[in-house]
Design a protein around this ligand. Structure first.
Ligand code: SF4
Length: 466
């Protein structure tokens, strides 16, 4: 059965969101749309989308206006790192109860802001709207405005209640909140050879790795959105002469608005895998059109690639012929992962995203091998079915996909949450290969009772390697 793909038992309305390369036209895939009622989408909610983007702002108070359950999305789930304030590691909630829903909760919100500002002395508060706030119609704008005047700080509402759309609407709500923050009071002075790094949330210090590469080629990172950012450096964003975008799903909108408002052009980059990291550095150097910078870039690429290539080759020898399934948040990551898996000899047999855009899926289609299943906004049943049908040895996903893989007895890598080691840049490429090796070649799969445990035999490759 491995390799075949059937349409049997697919939810009819979902058929246009799934295609098999070589079997259907590439532009027929439906994406960037709301989830179909009745499907258990793997997508996170609007508020979660907003929180992903804003939570790495380290010195802000992140106040979730809603029932306590919404606040369970905390720093711990993502683990972005800070070089300064640790305030962002707290999760604050107005803890709405039945009475608040019936009589309104604006006063409770105002009291919560007062208490938090007095206790933590922050200059910036983000107030996140959740579903229930959208229903009862609290006037977040008014409460935040009054609190900002009262305390002389910035209090910014994040309009992320659940009914305004899907996770992408949450990204947009977060970007709108950031735009309110960075709006310059007067004229903007652009500084040459500086850039803003959009869509890196500094998980396991990844933004620091890329900042260091850029420094070595003569480019200064003005501000990262939003990994290890803070109130003061975010406000300087209009000074950069370029925006580079890593996670386009969450940040393409912000880049577009900054081009309209401040005339800052943008480049799409990706620092996942050797190929994309080198290509992105070259792209940035080409933008600045500086011969010295281009020379430094080639030197860095040569040195870093030489340092990691032998390790990548060793993993490739062991992993060649294995098959991977990819289901991640945005398109840029899925695109880079296909290339990165090729670097270590692994074919991607299924690839999908929660919020990929049309252009992402066109690129995914061009990159994928014939027979690869490409799907948008999947549900667990589809992921399970295509992993089995295509004989995947490994699933790359986030926190919601982990139990699915383990129940199937399939190896798993969490590319989104709770990571302790970086996966970006050259060092990240080795970490990624090592993690793939550790999970795919773990002897545990020999004992797993799930479907994968019966199908796959990776145990023979369990050779300790550096
Ligand atoms: S109640 Fe709404 S905002 Fe809160 S976690 Fe659920 S979907 Fe998200």
């Amino acid at each position: 059965m491995a390799g075949a793909v059937s349409n049997e038992n697919l939810i009819v309305e979902r058929e246009s969101s799934i295609l098999v390369k070589g079997r259907q036209r590439k532009n027929r895939l439906k994406c960037d749309a709301d989830s179909i009622a009745g499907c258990v989408s793997q997508r996170a909610c609007v508020y979660c989308g907003a929180r992903v983007v804003l939570n790495p702002v380290t010195d802000a108070i992140h106040l979730v206006h809603g029932p306590i359950g919404c606040a369970s999305y905390t720093w711990d789930i993502r683990g972005s790192l800070s070089s300064g304030s640790e305030l962002y590691r707290n999760s604050f909630s107005t803890d709405l109860k039945e009475n608040d829903v019936i009589f309104g909760s604006e006063k409770k919100l105002a009291r919560a802001i007062d208490e938090l500002v007095q206790k933590y002395r922050a200059e910036l508060v983000f107030v996140y709207a959740t579903c229930v706030v959208g229903v009862i119609g609290d006037d977040l704008e008014a409460v935040c405005k009054n609190a900002a005047i009262k305390h002389g700080i910035r209090v910014i509402p994040v309009q992320s209640s659940g009914f305004i759309g899907n996770k992408s609407a949450g990204y947009r709500a977060a970007c709108d909140a950031l735009l309110r923050l960075i709006e310059p009071p007067g004229g903007v002075k652009s500084r040459k050879k500086t850039l803003n790094y959009l869509g890196d949330f500094n998980l396991a210090g990844e933004a620091w790795i890329i900042t260091d590469y850029l420094r070595q080629i003569g480019v200064e990172v003005n501000v990262a959105f939003t990994g290890d950012s803070n109130y003061h450096n975010l406000k300087k964003a209009p000074e950069a002469s370029l925006n580079i975008i890593q996670c386009a799903g969450s940040m393409a909108y912000l880049a577009r608005r900054m081009e309209e408002l401040y005339g800052i052009p943008s480049l799409q980059v990706s620092f996942l895998g050797l190929e994309d990291t080198s290509a992105s550095l070259r792209k940035i150097a080409a933008f600045f059109n500086d011969a010295g910078m281009m020379k430094l870039t080639e030197k860095l690429i040569e040195r870093e690639t030489a340092a990691v290539r032998p390790q990548i080759e060793r993993y490739r020898e062991i992993l060649s012929g294995k098959k991977a399934a990819v289901y991640v948040g945005g398109g840029f990551k899925a695109i880079s992962l296909i290339k990165q898996f090729r670097e270590i000899g692994i074919d991607v047999v299924m690839v999908g995203t929660q919020t990929g855009r049309e252009e992402d899926y066109r690129t995914l289609h061009d990159l994928a091998d014939d027979g690869t299943v490409i799907l948008d906004d999947a549900n667990p049943s589809e992921l399970e079915r295509f992993m089995i049908e295509k004989g995947a040895h490994l699933l790359v996903g986030g926190v919601k996909e982990r139990p699915l893989a383990y129940k199937l007895g399939v190896a798993f890598i969490d590319h989104n949450h709770n990571r302790k080691h970086p996966l970006s840049g050259y060092v990240g490429a080795v970490n990624f290969a090592r993690e793939v090796y550790s999970t795919v070649c773990s002897p545990v799969w020999k004992y797993a009772r799930g479907i994968g445990g019966g199908i796959y035999d990776a145990g023979n490759n369990s050779i300790p390697i550096g």
